[in-house]
Design a protein around this ligand. Structure first.
Ligand code: KG4
Ligand code: ZN
Length: 362
């Protein structure tokens, strides 16, 4: 089966073409083409994703990316498209495009949940090899998935592929959103995650003492929920305290590189401590056999390392699955993979009324 998949939930226009062959117990995937066209530079001046601009860019780029993907390829058997969660004007671009293409080629269109895509992005091996196999025994179930992105922070119990239960989530900001907001306070470019992570690494290497302490909100709460807006506010108060002599006409705080590095380190430490602590609690509570981390923030080395240490120290037999670096952020390959499992679960189902659902849950 050949699957064309389309992802336009945020600021990446992405299409991939995947061939899937079932052989007994296992499934062989072959990535025939995979393109992610990032709009990040266009959104940078706005300090975040500007939905009307994202929509215009998706509409402009989708036909161009498709042409490149389909070069020398036959018409696929079906189209999978992200229907949510995400920015609705952006999601609609992919959905309308997929429907038109489905009619033109006379093939079915299947809606896919973006967050399921992030979970299943870990099926692609770390080598990024275009040919890979999957057997159910590759993941020990129940698995726990920690989804950390610009729009979401969720702990999901994965009983098996296609069977998900959200057991914890953020009550306010998503982790990536907190990274982006703190970056804005520090006058760093959007997206903030990679830049904060880079500065934090410098602080860890070059500054012996951590002179700042930010709170770890909800770290001891009995539930598995998160809250990140308090850390961001603590950063803002700290910065305001540091810059009392700032010129009132400045909109950006003047901070030395060293101060920015120290703040980044303590912010990253605080976020990581909370994520690790709640993940450990969830593994204990639900007897998870493997841990999946997905979403844009799963590119963060410090969080990955701390999670690895926590597992080695507490659950030495548990497998940690993280996406290959290129697939941590939004991409269409993960939508194709999630789409395949959705089709497999219910092969004859026809999806005639696909709608963009900004708040679609798992
Ligand atoms: O999954 P994603 O590409 O888009 C959404 O679905 O939201 O995630 C984007 C988020 C942004 O907030 C970005 O700042 C964050 O992921 N991010 C990181 C890193 N790389 C990207 N956060 C922390 N550390 C990173 N290395
Ligand atoms: Zn995402």
């Amino acid at each position: 089966m050949k699957i064309l998949s389309i992802e336009t939930s945020c600021d990446e226009t992405a299409i991939s073409l995947l061939s899937v062959v079932e052989t007994g117990e296992s499934v062989s995937f072959q990535v025939l083409a995979n393109i992610t066209h990032s709009q990040v530079e266009l959104h940078q001046p706005y300090g975040g994703v500007f939905p009307a601009l994202a929509k215009r860019e998706h509409q402009k780029n989708l036909p161009l990316v498709l042409e490149e993907i389909m070069m020398g390829q036959e018409i696929p058997d079906c189209i999978c498209v992200t229907s949510g969660p995400g920015l609705e004007p952006a999601l609609w671009c992919g959905i309308v495009f997929a429907k038109e293409l489905g009619e033109k080629w006379n093939i079915p269109v299947v809606p896919v949940n973006h967050m399921e895509g992030h979970i299943l992005s870990v099926l692609v091996p770390q080598s990024g090899d275009a040919n890979f196999e999957f057997k159910n025994s590759d993941i020990d179930f129940p698995a726990l998935a920690l989804l950390i992105s610009g729009g979401h922070t969720e702990l999901v119990l994965v009983k098996k592929i296609g069977d998900y239960q959200i057991i914890g989530k953020t009550r306010d900001d998503a982790v990536g959103e907190a990274f982006d907001k703190v970056a804005r306070i520090l006058g760093l470019p959007y997206p903030g995650g990679p830049e904060i992570s880079r500065l934090a690494a410098i602080a860890r290497q070059e500054h012996a003492f951590n002179r700042i302490t930010f709170p770890r909100p909800m770290i001891h709460s009995a539930d598995l929920d998160f809250s990140f807006s308090g850390i961001k506010t603590a950063v803002l108060y700290h910065v305001q305290g540091q810059t009392e002599n700032r010129n009132v006409t400045d909109t950006v705080f003047k901070l030395s590189d060293e101060v920015k590095q120290d703040i980044s380190r303590e912010f990253e430490n605080a976020v990581s401590d909370v994520l690790v602590s709640k993940t450990k609690k969830a593994v204990d509570a639900f007897g998870a056999q493997s841990l999946i981390i997905g979403g844009g923030v799963s590119a963060n080395s410090h969080i990955k390392n701390e999670m690895k240490n926590m597992i080695e120290n507490n659950f030495p037999d548990m497998k940690l699955l993280v996406p290959e670096r290129e697939l941590t952020g939004d991409n269409a390959l993960m939508i194709g993979i999630a789409g395949y499992f959705k089709i497999k679960k219910d092969p004859t189902r026809v999806y005639s009324d696909i709608k963009a659902e900004g708040n679609l849950g798992l």
